[in-house]
Write a protein that binds this ligand. Structure first.
Ligand code: HEC
Ligand code: HEC
Ligand code: HEC
Length: 124
């Protein structure tokens, strides 16, 4: 009984928490990826946010703080923009590791995934 009540409470909490908890969640980026024949990108926001301050990305590197607001493209990344500002083989592993970023299951919609849990690459 206690278990049932607890799980109902958990479910309610999950349903009531607003979606925009990107601080802890993953961001799915599928504006162009799947249409171009690669898997959607899972950006593990929480994983990065543990390592860098918000202002590094949202002020110094210029990422707009809204899911889908940055028009990220692969050519830009390869030229060292967007994710490529760090995924360049110096600060983090380089762009040759396609699957580490393009890890989402086909059909995933862009947006925030996971609320207060972070699945990370390959989870969704
Ligand atoms: C550091 C992360 C990262 C890596 C590594 C990466 N990509 Fe991407 N890629 C992205 C992001 C983010 C987008 C934008 C996705 C979206 O919004 O649909 C993207 C978009 C794309 C697109 C969509 C069309 C375009 O040109 O933007 C293609 C095709 C693509 N990547 C291919 C690749 C291939 C092939 C590799 C490996 C050689 C690769 N990517 C490695 C993050 C990455
Ligand atoms: C390593 C880079 C990085 C760091 C550090 C970072 N973010 Fe983000 N953040 C991003 C990216 C990339 C996106 C997705 C943007 C997109 O989809 O175009 C994002 C998206 C967001 C969003 C949008 C969520 C939504 O629902 O639209 C919010 C809010 C946000 N970040 C807040 C924060 C806060 C608060 C911190 C610090 C505690 C932080 N970020 C640290 C890169 C970062
Ligand atoms: C401010 C620097 C920075 C930016 C910008 C950045 N990353 Fe990262 N990223 C890192 C670092 C550092 C790691 C950890 C590398 C390691 O473990 O060797 C990492 C790891 C990752 C991982 C692996 C997570 C895991 O669980 O192992 C993925 C996936 C990833 N990044 C995707 C992206 C994508 C997609 C973007 C662009 C939307 C991006 N990153 C932008 C610094 C950055």
């Amino acid at each position: 009984m206690r278990f049932v009540r607890l799980s109902t409470l958990c479910l309610l909490l999950v349903l009531c928490v607003p979606q925009a908890e990107a601080e802890y969640a993953d961001v799915v980026l599928n504006r162009t990826a799947e249409a171009a024949g690669v898997r959607p990108v899972i950006y593990p926001h929480w994983f990065h946010r543990m390592r860098f301050r918000c202002k590094v990305c949202h002020s110094e590197l210029g990422f707009v703080m809204r899911a889908g607001a940055n028009k990220i493209d692969m050519a830009g990344i390869m030229e060292g923009k967007f994710c490529g500002m760090c995924h360049n083989g110096e600060i983090a592993w380089n762009v040759e590791h396609c699957d580490r970023c393009h890890s989402g299951l086909p059909g995933l919609k862009s947006g925030i995934r996971g609320g207060d849990s972070a699945g990370g690459p390959g989870y969704w």
